[in-house]
Design a protein around this ligand. Structure first.
Ligand SMILES: C[S@@+](CC[C@H](N)C(=O)[O-])C[C@H]1O[C@@H](n2cnc3c(N)ncnc32)[C@H](O)[C@@H]1O
Length: 203
């Protein structure tokens, strides 16, 4: 009975999140970039790219209603290690209620240095992005990647999922090693997970 009511509550939460997300998309389709939150399969694939044995925070850009955040916690990341940077104030309120021990920062992740300035933040063990990067020019995407990697431990990944076939960071970007996952079909739409690392800081 307990398990059934847990499953019922989870379904209710998922439906509420889907409705919140759809509403946010209707208001700002380009900024939201998707009509539904990521599926558990995609969120798990993203979380599994994080080496949980490393110390340091995990910075998530564009967490939305938090499916990847939830997968990170299930993956064994303590919520106090999470820094969540989200543009949408309603999503920020939701994330603060769900993850009171995480740091939720409201504002644009593209101004990453400004968002993090004045806070004592150790080098990140990973930066995860759910941002719809293709809505920005390539130079702006690469600038965000470089800022994020400079804020990270040597060799740490910048993890990005995308519904596109091509890499959100141009493949010929100097000094960046990229890796593409197999497609995750259990997501609407199907997606891939890319990881990018700074070659000069890899051992
Ligand atoms: C495709 S959704 C992904 C949401 C969530 N990570 C998921 O997997 O379901 C993109 C998210 O990025 C947020 N976003 C868009 N532009 C942003 C920006 N400049 N800074 C921070 N968040 C932004 C949107 O509000 C939305 O929550």
């Amino acid at each position: 009975m307990g398990r059934l009511s847990d499953a019922g509550m989870k379904l209710g939460t998922d439906i509420d999140d889907a409705a919140r997300f759809l509403w946010a998309w209707i208001e700002k389709p380009l900024a939201i970039g998707s009509v539904t939150p990521s599926s558990p399969s995609l969120a798990r694939m993203v979380a599994e790219q994080v080496d949980k044995t490393l110390s340091g925070p995990i910075i998530e850009l564009g967490p939305g209603t938090g499916p990847v955040t939830e997968a990170l916690v299930k993956h064994g990341i303590r919520p106090e290690r999470l820094i969540l940077i989200e543009f949408n104030p309603n999503f920020c309120d939701l994330l603060r209620a769900r993850y009171p021990r995480a740091t939720v920062i409201e504002g644009s992740a593209y101004d990453l240095e400004d968002r993090l300035s004045g806070k004592e933040i150790a080098p990140a063990s990973a930066v995860i992005s759910g941002l719809p990067l293709f809505t920005k020019p390539p130079l702006e995407r690469v600038a965000l990647l470089r800022t994020a990697l400079a804020r990270s431990l040597p060799g740490a990944p910048f993890i990005q999922f995308t519904y596109a076939v091509t890499s959100p960071i141009p493949r010929n970007t100097p000094g960046i090693l990229s890796h593409r996952s197999a497609p995750i079909w259990l997501n609407i739409p199907p997606a891939r997970v890319w990881t990018y690392r700074d070659i000069s800081r890899m051992t």
